[in-house]
Design a binder for this molecule. Structure first.
Ligand code: CAA
Ligand code: NAD
Length: 283
């Protein structure tokens, strides 16, 4: 099955990056969001990044124009009726995601693959609300999508080999590196990364060190490109908390309990860079 038309749902930081790399690789892309302002912001950000790529002579002016012509902002889920693949990147919440998948199952053509960019939620459970669980799969991009090379491809219990191969092939076409993982809480990336971030938050919560010093330890001591608290702000503290909750509930092990300070910040609306305040303050 040839994938030509793609819909990306959710024009947040992940959705806009996924839409951009798909359009740059020749796919025709609908970028869908229920929030028109999010769509406008995403379109502007993508244009800015493409202009910068032209300035840096990584792409030509006509590559930029062609890419922008392949990108279509959308507020109607029914635009998915012409799509061969949908990549969902809405908020990390099972109720919201299952509603989207159940609607997509009714709207999209029978052959369409339904993928989720979920960071941690079970693909098998998302697939169960559709009548095509063999065509449901996890396609987990890393943030920032245009820069990071990895895509975790997650097989749900019923994902078919044909679906897996189509998504692996597309990942290669996007110049990303696919890694196959099975459907367990947090998959691989966040099962390893998020407890480290949560532990970094505990070191601040328990007064072991300051936010800046914890980040310095990990940046200079471990050569991480960003300290864990800067990274948490970058990912989104709401997303970090959702992922910790999935690990905690999924494994039933107290080592995954989310730090109370993380809960407090999310309750206050301090969601990190995207809301202007998290462990650090942004303009
Ligand atoms: N979107 C698109 N491009 C971006 C970007 C963004 N948000 N942030 C930086 N870039 C680009 C810059 O434009 C720059 O490109 P040019 O070469 O064209 O200038 C390039 O990345 C390097 O940026 P900078 O020089 O400004 O900064 P840097 O060298 O510190 O790199 C970084 C920035 C790539 C983000 C780096 O700090 C890094 O790798 N951080 C860690 C990222 C990480 O761990 N990601 C995984 C998060 S976990 C996840 O994604 C899974 C999940 O489910 C939560
Ligand atoms: P975000 O908060 O930046 O964006 C989410 C977008 O989805 C918002 O624009 C919102 O308006 C939109 N939305 C919500 N419900 C919708 C619906 N029903 N229909 C259409 N649009 C809807 O979130 P994000 O950081 O881009 O994360 C999106 C997904 O990607 C989550 O599942 C997250 O776990 C996953 N993810 C995030 C990261 C990260 O570093 N932030 C990395 C990998 C995967």
């Amino acid at each position: 099955m040839a994938i030509k038309n793609v819909m990306v749902i959710g024009a947040g930081q992940m959705g806009e990056g996924i839409a951009q790399v798909c359009a740059q690789s020749g796919y025709n892309v609908f970028l869908n969001d229920m929030n028109e302002q999010a769509l406008e912001k995403a379109m502007k950000n993508m244009e800015k990044r493409l202009t910068r790529a032209v300035e840096k002579e990584r792409i030509t002016e006509s590559d930029k124009t062609d890419t922008l012509n392949r990108l279509h902002p959308s507020t109607k889920l029914t635009d998915a009726e012409s799509c061969d693949l949908v990549i969902e990147a809405v908020v990390e919440n099972m109720e919201v995601k299952t509603k989207v998948f159940s609607d997509l199952d009714k709207i999209t053509p029978k052959h369409a693959i339904l993928a989720s960019n979920t960071s941690s939620l079970p693909i098998t459970e998302i697939a169960a609300v559709t009548n095509r669980p063999e065509q449901v799969i996890g396609m987990h991009f890393m943030n920032p999508v245009p820069v990071m090379k990895l895509v975790e491809i997650i097989r749900g219990l019923q994902t078919s080999d044909e679906t897996y191969q189509a998504i692996e092939e597309m990942t290669n076409k996007l110049s990303k590196v696919p890694v196959e993982v099975n459907d367990f809480p947090g998959f691989v990336a966040n099962r390893v990364l998020m407890p480290m971030i949560n532990e970094a938050i505990y070191t601040v919560y328990e007064g072991v060190s300051s936010v800046e010093d914890v980040d310095t330890v990990m940046k200079l001591g471990m050569n991480h490109p960003m300290g864990p608290l800067t990274l948490a702000d970058f990912i989104g503290l709401d997303t970090c908390l959702y992922i910790m909750e999935v690990l905690y509930e999924g494994f039933g092990d107290s080592k995954y309990r989310p730090c109370p300070l993380l809960r407090k910040y999310v309750k206050a609306g301090w969601l990190g860079k995207k809301s202007g305040r998290g462990f650090y303050q942004y303009e």
